[in-house]
Design a binder for this molecule. Sequence first.
Ligand SMILES: NC(=O)c1ccc[n+]([C@@H]2O[C@H](COP(=O)([O-])OP(=O)(O)OC[C@H]3O[C@@H](n4cnc5c(N)ncnc54)[C@H](O)[C@@H]3O)[C@@H](O)[C@H]2O)c1
Length: 276
Amino acid sequence: MSAGAGDALADEVVVVTGAASGIGAATATRLIAAGARVLLTDIDARGGEQLAASLGEHATFCELDVADEAAWGNAISHAETFLGPVTALVNNAGIHGGGFIEGFSESDWNRSLAVNLHGPLLGMRAVVPGMKRAGRGAIVNISSLQGREADVGLISYVAAKFGLRGISKSGAVELGRYGIRVNTVFPGLVATALTQGLPDHLMGKVPLARPGQPSRAGTPSDVAALVTFLVSDRASHITGAEITIDGGKSVRFPTTIQDYTTEIGLFDLKKTSTHG
Ligand SMILES: NC(=O)c1ccc[n+]([C@@H]2O[C@H](COP(=O)([O-])OP(=O)(O)OC[C@H]3O[C@@H](n4cnc5c(N)ncnc54)[C@H](O)[C@@H]3O)[C@@H](O)[C@H]2O)c1
């Protein structure tokens, strides 16, 4: 009998980091709805415990700072004890890391690298032995558009998210022989605590005048749907993939001929373009 929508992930035990809020919370919720058992982890114990309690008996919470290697051992034992052998890991926890090349703070740099880069690697190291024993596993790493292209004043974040891309690729190559898939997701702007305070026009609250740009920011559940797919068997032939989820934001050149044709009087684009 084929699995229905609510039990498609019935065989999966998934560890989600940074699961107390934002994309991690939406991902844990969606995975549970698809039938998975989920260990929610976060440094925010109160938020994580509350959410896990609201998700029912297939969810449990364990406090985990992803940068703390010993805490990873504890979290995996917790999952194995209460849910069963871990079959999937979503490395989602992340913090912003600012700074300019000429003026970054060492402590911001170290923390960004520890949480956004070293943490996911520690997570992969923690789950791989069990996945090897099982002969299968899925790891999804949450990078960012800023893990593909640079941005100003975010040197620590950009460096860490680019690094995560490399770790994912290495993981796909190194672990494929054990049936372990490793994929990377690159979200554009998503309305969460992380992006609170960003200007309205960036978050899609004010429609952009230019065509070809997304009319809204992403939502945590947009990303959760993609992650749930990548964890599932439906993605069994997908590994080493880099999937951007940004409503098309990065497809188009930030500035194109359409933005200045009227100013330079080159031609009337409306008459010559079939693309509107
Ligand atoms: N929001 C966006 O626009 C956006 C865009 C691209 C990528 N991302 C990435 O998505 C992921 C989730 O971000 P979000 O927007 O949901 O942010 P968020 O701030 O809503 O959630 C992040 C969660 O991670 C937890 N966390 C922070 N440090 C931690 C640590 N050391 N160990 C464990 N948990 C920790 C926080 O407590 C929080 O619950 C991050 O990796 C972020 O870089 C977000």
